[in-house]
Design a protein around this ligand. Structure first.
Ligand SMILES: CC(C)(COP(=O)(O)OP(=O)(O)OC[C@H]1O[C@@H](n2cnc3c(N)ncnc32)[C@H](O)[C@@H]1OP(=O)(O)O)[C@@H](O)C(=O)NCCC(=O)NCCS
Length: 168
């Protein structure tokens, strides 16, 4: 099967919601509201980048990037997440394709780097490094990671967009 990556379109929204729900369903680390987060970010104008992976006309994966802020106010930072691949299509490299395509888009948009809270075993394969010293107070330090785009390192503590905490 041939997987294509492209920006989301309006008609993908329902498919993204169902895909995200299916991908996170039953995961011990899931908050249960990942599918709603994508909609919340979109509603606030903070869904800066949303790419879908499609096969023929079916959405089989999606990745979200939103703006991140830092206490020093220096730099242009993004947050990755959620990223989802349809359970039946996992372990085919679609997640990797979405991450690399998304990093390319945010780099073109002037990103200095990208943060996330996620499994270090997975994201260390994609250039993310532990960044506990820059972790927001309300996130688990051991899962907080950063991938720099250039050489410039961040100064201060990051924050995710407020939409991440809308359901809490
Ligand atoms: C994480 C996810 C997007 C990866 O998509 P994918 O298309 O399966 O990823 P890839 O094919 O590029 O990579 C698969 C590899 O990543 C590993 N992997 C996937 N999720 C992982 C996780 N949470 N922790 C550690 N490793 C993980 C797989 O075991 C596989 O390893 P292998 O190559 O040694 O077999 C997908 O598994 C998914 O949708 N998971 C549920 C939602 C989720 O957890 N999203 C990320 C939140 S941090």
């Amino acid at each position: 099967m041939t997987t294509t990556i492209r920006p989301e379109s309006e008609t993908d929204r329902d498919a993204i919601w169902h895909l995200t729900k299916a991908a996170f369903e039953g995961k011990p680390y899931a908050g249960g509201d990942e599918q709603d987060l994508v909609n919340s970010l979109r509603a606030c104008g903070a869904l800066t980048v949303s790419l879908v992976a499609t096969d023929v006309d079916e959405v089989v994966g999606q990745i979200t990037f939103s703006p991140a802020t830092i206490s020093s106010d220096v730099g242009h930072w993004f947050a990755l997440g959620p990223v989802s691949v349809m359970p039946a299509r996992q372990r085919e490299g679609i997640g990797a394709m979405l991450i690399e395509a998304g990093m390319k888009v945010i780099t073109e948009q002037g990103a200095w780097g990208c943060i996330l809270t996620g499994n270090p075993l997975y994201y260390s394969r994609h250039g993310f490094e532990p960044a506990a010293e820059h972790c927001p107070d309300n996130e688990p330090k051991e899962y907080f990671m950063l991938r720099l785009v250039g050489e410039t390192k961040p100064v201060g503590q990051f924050a995710f967009h407020e939409a991440f905490y809308a359901g809490s």
